[in-house]
Ligand binder design. Structure first.
Ligand code: B3K
Ligand code: ZN
Length: 885
């Protein structure tokens, strides 16, 4: 909790540290009501800061200082200064040691930052600034140190004692206690420190690296979860091999550990050699985790593992550079997932997510650049912009340089900066130097917030056989800046002739055509590209693979979109054409709804999706993606003023129309795939994910028609599926159906069967919280009283409250403001014990500008109420005050 008004911190104020910590020796004594932390820091003046010995200001929060020595001399009260956030010492020589002992209370740490207890085990979360809640330290990423850690705890309760690096010694202690010492040979900042003590079992495996070293791999979990680790272990081994093959990166310690904990503020954390994971990002087996959960585990295991190089070996100089490690690592994990599954489907999912959520962030009060220039609370900047847009920025560098050039750049980056704490500029510089290119203008992607618009128009000259495309870029103002300079926008494109065949692409001035699909760089506010030898008016396929995170507009008519859906050689753009067609049709329906007219849907959408459904040669995962209409949140994002009822009404109407008119085709694909599911045991592989995705989306359409045979099919799938993917979809379609008795029965059976599995119960909560049927808020309130709900557990909060406010738009945005009131009450409550979660849950209220004036007023009242509610954490303070600015 803050004691003074939180302050804004600026990138321009960065200064290198006054002192360095060469070695850090820690001893933790863990007890049931408190813990003692003894730290010895081997320090010296930072030569880069010149001569002189300024005061040494160590960070520390919520620590009870028991003793402090400087250069082996115990200090008395007058020898140092202490406030809520710092311990200030006065060194008398350039090299010295600092010894401190502090008492901390992990048992009462509900913020889940620093050292805390979760389900009987001790664990840590230090990124970004949690280490200062463990001991006095220079808690900043550019202070890197060699850590040795000894953990002492009761043997019986905590047989497993872990920290970073390699185990070097262990033994019994007094009074039933024991100890273990770990040494991490790699210099690291404090945010990568980790400690775990608990009664854990582990699954073991090994990996032989490309240079022939054997690495022990261990996944630690609570004993009852030991049967749910194999998928994560397989994912880990695949990640290790992939990083060797794709980036030439080899693992560097003798052991790599993952520990699953139940109470965790985010997905996982890349601590050196000792990754700590939310159990939802580790545990997966057919009966309890969906296909999506399996893919999420694979992606997060990979992401954290890849951080070993992009983040740990080369780390961030300061927290403004967060995207240096996060954007790059998301780009790396997306490449991995694309190679493990379908590249096109992965791209579709990532783009849909980015356009729905990151674009909304860019358009809201928390909009910030990929490399922000200021912040109040860094925890608020683990955002879609830093992660997902950051990954797009790295992806554009990849597109501009090509795979080989990019690899040369990443090799140089890792080689040049190994063991250093660096900036986004250093990353780009390595890409420039390795390729002899100038990315100066490109770097505006790091400093300018907001989603650029790219409006494209065409002109065909039949006599000259030339075809020109004119691009006009602009970027709306964001809270940080009004005027934006032109970006470098790589646009991958192709031209289709009237048969759907690709036209060879030759720009005016070029000696010959250069392929059928190519990347052009739009670098000016307005720029025209003229293609020659174009024998007939072509149809352009623009921004293939979503080659830049922009809002592109081109005046396609619906027939042209249907043509692209069928003929575009770029799979992503075939999907995109279908989405644009659906958006046009849905926007027309939204208009009809607003006018109070009867809704009449353009039949071309039915025809287009009907042919997708009938095409058995298409990847079923692609078919499933193409059948998914743009979501309500996306339709909200692209609206000037979002009309909650009209969006929901129009989309539901369209879904029902499609279900009725394509009933036979949907049923056929459903039955064929359900048959296969029945005949084969569950396999967690791409082909099977694809098949089940189609089966399940077909079932959710079919169920809208309300036929008894479909109800029977849903119940059959619910009762006899051997996996959670099929069972949960069956539950969801029942929950969203009007069949009250069957719904109640399914919910009760599910809860009874899975009451002991917290992660499965999370899904049970989410399915109900996201149901758009009337009465959503009452259902959520009732579920908060369920014995399996626990507001202290972040997964539960996300499953119930996050799903309600984030996915159930029609209920959350109830015109009477009841949803807003509920969320504000909850944020006020969460602020009192877990500021990070409080601040995250607040996001839907920050989007108030998207809504009608009545809703805007209601949302602002709630933001004001939170602001006035008392002691706000810096996390909530920043979001609320920026939202109301
Ligand atoms: N680096 C962590 C995120 C830490 C968030 C701290 N509030 C997980 C990740 O991105 O891999
Ligand atoms: Zn990360």
């Amino acid at each position: 909790m803050r004691t003074e008004q939180p302050k804004m911190i600026y990138l321009k104020d960065y200064q290198a540290p006054e002192y360095l910590i060469d070695e850090t020796h820690l001893t933790f004594e863990l007890f049931e009501d408190h813990s003692l932390v003894h730290a010895q820091l081997v320090m010296r003046r930072n030569p880069a800061r010149g001569a002189g010995l300024p005061p040494l200001v160590l960070d520390g929060q919520q620590l009870e200082l028991l003793s402090v020595s400087l250069a082996d001399q115990p200090l008395g009260a007058g020898d140092y200064q202490l406030d809520d956030n710092h311990l200030t010492l006065h060194p008398a020589s350039a090299s010295f040691t600092v010894d401190t002992s502090v008492r901390i209370n992990p048992q009462t740490n509900t913020a889940l930052e620093g050292l805390y207890k979760s389900s009987g085990m001790f664990c840590t979360q230090c990124e970004a600034e949690g280490f200062r809640k463990i001991t006095y330290y220079l808690d900043r990423p550019d202070v890197m140190s060699k850590f040795t850690t000894t953990v002492v705890a009761e043997q019986h309760r905590y047989p497993v004692l872990l920290s970073n690096g390699n185990p070097i010694a262990s033994g019994p202690g007094e009074d039933g206690r024991h100890w273990a010492t770990w040494e991490d040979p790699f210099m690291k900042p404090a945010y990568l420190f980790a400690l775990v003590a608990g009664d854990l079992w582990c699954v073991e495996d090994s990996f032989c690296t490309m240079s022939g070293r054997d690495v022990a791999l261990r996944i630690y979990v609570e004993p009852e979860n030991i049967d749910k680790c194999q998928h994560a272990m397989n994912s880990l081994k695949k990640s290790m091999r992939w990083d060797e093959q794709t980036y030439g990166r080899e693992y560097d310690l003798d052991i790599f550990m993952i520990v699953a904990v139940n109470d965790f503020n985010m997905g996982a954390m890349e601590n050196k050699g000792l990754n700590i994971f939310n159990s939802s990002a580790v545990l997966a087996r057919a009966e309890t985790a969906t296909d999506a959960a399996h893919q999420r585990v694979e992606a997060i295991v990979a992401h954290e593992y890849f951080h070993n190089w992009s983040g740990n070996r080369v780390t961030c100089r300061d927290w403004f550079q967060l995207s240096l490690k996060e954007g790059f690592t998301v780009f790396r994990d997306a490449g991995f997932s694309s190679d493990m599954n379908s590249r096109t489907v992965k791209r579709i999912q990532d783009v849909a997510y980015l356009r729905t959520h990151q674009f909304a962030e860019d358009a809201g009060p928390m909009a910030h650049a990929v490399r922000p220039e200021s912040f109040i609370e860094i925890s608020n900047f683990y955002t879609l912009t830093v992660y997902e847009k950051g990954s797009e920025v790295v992806g554009m560098i990849h597109t501009l340089l090509g795979a080989e050039g990019f690899r040369k750049g990443s090799d140089l980056y890792f080689e040049r900066h190994d063991g250093q704490a660096v900036t986004c500029d250093d990353f780009v510089k390595a890409m420039e130097d390795a390729n002899g290119v100038d990315l100066t203008q490109f770097k505006r992607w790091y400093s300018q917030a907001g989603t650029p618009r790219l409006a494209v128009s065409e002109a065909y000259d039949a006599a000259a056989k030339t075809y020109s495309l004119t691009f006009r870029q602009s970027c709306p103002q964001t809270p940080d800046k009004v005027e934006k300079l032109p970006f470098v926008i790589p646009v991958e494109l192709g031209l289709l002739d009237s048969q759907g065949a690709a036209i060879a692409l030759r720009l005016a001035g070029e000696a010959s055509a250069q392929g059928n699909s190519r990347v052009i760089s739009v670098t000016e506010a307005e720029q025209t590209f003229t293609f020659v030898d174009v024998a007939e008016r072509p149809l352009p396929s623009l921004l293939r693979g979503f080659s830049a995170p922009v809002k592109l507009s081109f005046p396609y008519d619906r027939d042209q979109l249907m043509f692209l859906m069928q003929h575009d050689s770029d799979g992503f753009n075939r999907w995109e054409a279908g989405q644009q067609l659906a958006v046009q049709v849905l926007q027309e329906l939204i208009g009809q709804h607003q006018q109070g007219q009867a809704l009449v849907m353009d039949q071309r959408l039915v025809t287009a999706l009907g042919s997708v459904l009938a095409d058995e040669s298409l990847d079923p995962a692609m078919v499933a993606e193409m059948l998914s209409l743009p979501g309500e949140a996306y339709l909200t994002e692209i609206s000037e003023v979002a009309d909650v009822e009209a969006i929901h009404g129009a989309r539901e109407f369209a879904r029902k129309q499609l279900a009725e008119q394509l009933f036979a085709a949907l049923l056929k694909r459903y039955q064929a795939n359900r048959e296969l599911s029945r005949a084969t045991a569950y396999v967690a592989e791409s082909e099977h994910f694809a098949r089940r995705a189609l089966q399940n989306i077909a079932l959710s359409y079919l169920m809208l028609v309300g036929k008894p045979e479909v109800l029977a099919a849903a119940i059959e799938q619910f009762d006899s599926a051997d996996n959670m993917t099929e069972r949960l979809t069956a539950l969801a379609v029942l929950v969203n159906s009007p069949f009250e008795a069957e719904k109640a029965q399914a919910l009760a059976v599910f809860a009874e069967n899975f009451k002991d599995n917290a992660l499965v119960m999370d899904q049970w909560f989410s399915v109900q919280a996201a149901s758009p049927l009337p009465g959503g808020l009452e259902r959520v309130k009732a579920l908060m009283q369920h014995p399996a709900f626990n507001i202290k557990n972040p997964n539960k909060v996300r499953a119930l409250i996050g799903a309600f406010a984030g996915q159930n738009l029609i209920n959350f945005h109830a015109a009477d403001g009841s949803g807003y009131r509920f969320l504000a009450d909850l944020v006020i409550q969460l602020n009192g014990f877990n500021p990070q979660i409080a601040s995250r849950q607040l996001a839907p209220l920050t989007r108030w500008r998207k809504y009608d004036s009545a809703r805007q007023a209601l949302m602002k009242v709630e933001l004001e109420r939170i602001r006035a509610s008392g002691e706000l954490s810096s996390d909530v303070f920043e979001v609320v005050s920026k939202s109301l600015a």
